[in-house]
Write a protein that binds this ligand. Structure first.
Ligand SMILES: NC(=O)c1ccc[n+]([C@@H]2O[C@H](COP(=O)([O-])OP(=O)(O)OC[C@H]3O[C@@H](n4cnc5c(N)ncnc54)[C@H](O)[C@@H]3O)[C@@H](O)[C@H]2O)c1
Length: 245
């Protein structure tokens, strides 16, 4: 068993499922005590201490953090999807998704920072997306939130570098998680839609939740004390490669 995270305490938001759950499991396997902040316990039993928390709500985040007295690592993974072009979503939907995907990170970090300042190896790692840097069809609102997460990551990295608090993000491509399974289930032809998603990534496959979790754990690790203001793609080459047809 690895001891990379032994003695450290980590908050993972969106920890009940998919990428968050894989990350919570990896941090716990490395010796961390993990607080899983999620609206649902999901698969957390036996891995992390589930704290029921809606990152879209001030009181809910405050209540979760009232149970945490020490903290070294924050992984901001909670987010929700939005589908459609810029005409597709109402202003209320824009406000709701921005509130969870972007303001949710600020809300969690506001509570986390006083605790992180007491840590010897503090880090914040945000789950961003290839949608922050590549134009993905029919994802206007979702992409706007992830563009904001990328900018927020860089601004926060600057604000806290003098205090030794590292801030980075991981940009996954399409990952094989319950989120994508839900999207596929809504498609007219789920098998064809899955093939199209796989083909969009130069490696010809979806990335796994574990591959994204591994990158999040790498950036959050106390062994990576020199990495800040980095966005790390885990996207099967989707952002960086242009494959001739
Ligand atoms: N799956 C992908 O293809 C993909 C690609 C790029 C980025 N991402 C990002 O990865 C992260 C995790 O996605 P996933 O695919 O594992 O999704 P998922 O749906 O499997 O897991 C998301 C988790 O977030 C929780 N959650 C949702 N709203 C919440 C709220 N208001 N407060 C607290 N928890 C909340 C859910 O209960 C769930 O457990 C998200 O930030 C997503 O934008 C996913």
């Amino acid at each position: 068993m690895s001891t990379e995270f032994a003695g450290l305490k980590a908050v993972v938001t969106g920890a009940g499922s998919g990428i968050g759950l894989a990350t919570a499991k990896m941090l716990a396997a490395g010796g961390a005590h993990v607080y899983g902040l999620d609206i649902a316990e999901g698969g957390l039993a036996g891995t992390a201490e589930w704290l029921s928390c809606d990152v879209g709500d001030d009181a809910s985040v405050a209540a979760a953090f009232s149970k945490i007295s020490a903290l070294d690592i924050v992984i901001n993974g909670a987010a929700i999807s939005a589908v459609g072009n810029v005409e597709a979503n109402t202003s209320d939907e824009w406000a709701r998704v921005m509130n969870i995907n972007v303001t949710g990170i600020a809300r969690v970090c506001r509570h986390a920072l006083p605790l992180l300042r007491k840590s010897k190896s503090p880090s914040i790692t945000n789950v961003c997306s290839v949608a922050a840097t590549a134009g993905i069809p029919k994802r206007a609102l979702y992409s706007a939130t992830k563009g904001a997460v990328l900018s927020l990551t860089m601004a926060m990295a600057n604000d806290y570098v003098a205090e030794g608090i590292r801030v980075n993000c991981v940009n996954p491509g399409t990952a094989d998680t319950p989120w994508v399974q839900r999207l596929l289930a809504q498609a007219a032809d789920p098998a064809a839609e899955k093939k199209a998603l796989e083909a969009r990534q130069p490696m010809g496959r979806l990335v796994s939740a574990d591959e994204v979790a591994r990158a999040l754990c790498f950036l959050a690790s106390p062994l990576q004390g020199a990495i800040t203001a980095t966005s790390l793609e885990v996207d099967g080459g989707m952002q960086g490669l242009r494959i001739p047809k």
